[in-house]
Design a protein around this ligand. Structure first.
Ligand code: LLP
Length: 432
């Protein structure tokens, strides 16, 4: 476990305990290091050309207060929205329509009309959706200064990564239009619709290496250059918006060295140089995991410990409600864990037998990690689960009706409540 990270987490945990930000009822708390989040976004912007739009994937972290923070980071920071709900939250958080990229494979006619009227960028998933837009177009009055773009999601079919359920660029994918079998139809669409000025791809999330991501971009880049030469011959404006999606993998385990954003950007520029020329293309990115995950951690009080012959179990206040994929697919999803005593002092060493981390839910699969080597864990200790800033709270499950935890953000150990622990009344409202 990286020492400085354990020290930083421990310092914040102790401060939060001391200043009463973790109260008796806060059996689990989610933390966000907001300074680190800002640093990540600044680093992201510095790797790509000026004028690029970085549509942070809301699905990775839909917290409204976090969205307000990211919005304040300048015009180049936007959002990628996967539903009308996410679009609505982004607008409410103050994002301009031109900073929002709307991706969803199942947009209704009403949703499309709303996005078109509002001036939100749309990535179209399939040819039927494209026809719906073509039908809507003549009746839509777009706002003054309308700069939204419409792009087509194309599956570059570069194969699947190491995690099947988050790979979307295999020969078959439920997303987008496959480049190989539909090449002619894609070209025809770009020659038929002058307003179709963008392309979009997303290869996968975690588990896809840089080579695979860059190959996907390269395939679409070549296709766009070809389409543009044909559009030019017919006097059409070129396709000029290129959305590379997200997918840069991060490290959940200290021994894994993740690729850097800088290296990824350099490889893209090498393969597709014009994407870095703002006079040719507007580049859009849609990173989620890389931006958010390492900036967050979750702490749970240990309510009970159970000892059996060769295995110990720590009974926690979070399980498959917050860590659904860790519980259901332990082959692919892991975290680093650290143990602190009730005052937030780090515990070290290893106990003789290994530990399971079990949650509070009523099914036997509610164990987020098995056979971990940990220090001796006792009732009242705190277990920190590292790297939970992305795709964790956003995937919260209501099963068993547990209250969602308090969520704290901090800058230099100054805490703010990003979201209060759910009250029993709010919980009741959900089911009523
Ligand atoms: N753009 C599109 C169209 C996407 O579908 C995704 C993620 C992203 C961008 C952001 O990808 P990222 O940079 O975060 O890798 N539920 C899963 C994650 C699925 C990700 C889905 N799409 C999980 O358990 O982590």
């Amino acid at each position: 476990m990286k020492k400085n990270r354990v020290v930083e987490t421990g310092d914040s945990l102790r401060k939060a305990l001391l200043c009463g930000m973790i109260r008796e009822e806060d059996t689990a708390v989610i933390f966000y290091n907001l300074s680190m989040l800002e640093e990540r976004i600044r680093l992201l912007s510095s790797c790509f050309p000026p004028g690029a739009l970085h549509g942070l994937a809301i699905k990775a972290n839909p917290l409204f207060r976090v969205m307000e923070h990211t919005r304040s980071m300048g015009a180049g920071t936007g959002v990628e929205a996967a539903s009308l709900g996410e679009v609505t939250m982004a607008l409410k958080a103050g994002y301009q329509p031109s900073q929002i990229v709307y991706d969803s494979p199942v947009k209704t006619v009403r949703e499309l009309a709303f996005a078109l009227k509002t001036g939100i960028n749309i990535n179209v998933d399939n040819f039927s959706e494209l026809s719906r837009i073509a039908e809507l177009m003549p009746s839509i009055e777009t706002p003054a200064g309308y700069h939204a773009s419409i792009g087509l999601r194309i599956n570059p079919q570069v194969g699947v990564g190491t995690i099947l359920e988050s790979s979307v660029a295999g020969v078959y994918s439920k997303f987008g239009v496959p480049v190989n079998s539909r090449r002619n139809k894609i070209e025809t669409a770009f020659l038929a619709y002058p307003w179709l000025t963008g392309v979009h791809l997303h290869v996968g999330s975690q588990g896809c290496d840089i080579t695979m991501l860059v190959d996907g971009i390269g395939i679409l880049y070549d296709l766009v250059l070809e389409i543009n030469s044909k559009r030019k011959q017919t006097g059409m404006t070129p396709v000029s918006v290129f959305d590379i999606g997200g997918g840069l993998p991060i490290s959940y385990i200290d021994r894994d060295i993740p690729p850097s954003m800088k290296e990824y950007a350099e490889k893209i520029e090498e393969r597709a140089p014009l994407l870095f020329d703002p006079s040719c293309f507007k580049l859009i990115t849609e990173f989620g995991r890389w931006v958010y995950t390492n900036c967050g951690w979750t702490v749970s009080r240990v309510e009970y410990v159970k000892h059996e012959a060769n295995i110990n179990t720590a009974m926690l206040h979070v399980g498959a409600d917050l860590f659904v994929r860790e519980c259901l697919n332990q082959r692919d999803w892991h975290h680093e864990y650290s143990v602190y005593n009730h005052e937030g002092q780090l515990k070290t060493g290893y106990s003789e037998s290994t530990w399971n981390l079990a949650g509070p839910l009523c099914f036997s699969g509610d164990i987020m990690a098995k056979e971990l080597k940990l220090p001796v864990v006792e009732e009242g200790d705190y277990i920190v689960i590292h790297d939970t800033g992305g795709y964790t709270f956003s995937m919260w499950s209501r099963y068993n009706s547990r209250q969602t935890p308090r969520i704290l953000g901090y800058h230099d150990h100054q805490f703010e409540i990003l979201k209060e622990r759910e009250s029993l009344d709010d919980l009741l409202e959900f089911w009523r």
